[in-house]
Unconditional design. Sequence first.
Length: 400
Amino acid sequence: MEKPGAKSVLLVVGGGIAAYKALELIRLLKARGLGTRVIMTKAAEQFVTPLSVAALSGEKVFSELFSLTDETEMGHIELSRSADLVVVAPATADLMAKMAQGLAGDLASTAILATDKPVLIAPAMNVRMWHHPATQRNLATLRGDGIHVVGPNAGDMACGEFGLGRMAEPAEIAAAILDLLGGGAKPLAGRRVLITAGPTREPIDPVRFISNHSSGKQGYALANEAVKLGAQVTLVSGPVAMPAPLGVQLVAVETAEQMLAACEAVPAPDLVICAAAVADWKVANPAPQKLKKNDNSEPPALAFAPNPDILKTLAQKTKGRARLVVGFAAETENVIANAEAKLKRKGCDLIIANDVSQGVFGAGRNTVHLVSASGVENWPQASKDEVARRILEHCAGLLK
């Protein structure tokens, strides 16, 4: 329900298969108390009906540039300026081209040109159209004009191709809208959050080590979103090829022992999320000098020793335990069963499980399952940023 004095959005729905996502976006905005008026292009009406949009928004849908009734009640100039933010979703290649060139041949393009408010676009198109030099020129022009952009994401497309061009998910767009309006919820305000990320490296000798394929993207996304939600964040990270998110206290480590020591040095966190891919074993006695390869020599025999169990240690602390401890389970088979067993074995409150045999390491998207004592929630595939925000919003609710 729209709150008195609440901010409002003018949503321009372009013509593309992604137009159906506008319905979920309207629902999310309404749930957050934002008023939403909608302009639909003629092409958009081929994918979703104005009746569906009107039913969800609770407002009349606008589509005609020259309508005496609409011009009497609310002219296109007033329509474009009465909202606090103009959102174009999906922003088709055609709409982006019109915006970049300042064309105004229909109500949608005219309202966008006439607005004096910030504009956010969510591009959606075929991967080849997205990478076409004309589209990239238009995108650069729009960014230079101060237009905000969310997405696109990579993934399967309705045309059967794969790549960049999928419209950002409604939750991602809603989060971007709230950030631009300055009305984003801060459910972790005042909370201290500890997050681990990336791989660990266990030395074999001064030049070799044991590690894994973790890129740290999911852990860094969690840290970035936690800051946006108001938390004071400490990120304990193994070696990755990414800069620390703004506003995060980064503690860089290499080995599992260093990671545990860094975590235990963080005073009284409210929430701990162990997203790092920690090596279970280390070489018991790393060589002090580089192990040399000789023509007739056999490979060296390496003796292994167990590494400290960081998640279990933090979850089963008898003093100063965080109110909520969350672990990750990167599995290649029996994902749910293994995650449920890990939940009991580690003593943590939640496990975020995913199947890493499907190319998750280093990718931009993830499919996770939320496993707790009360059951399993299967979440749809989403960008790692959206997965991070959903995890943190869920944790924030549990911390209340």
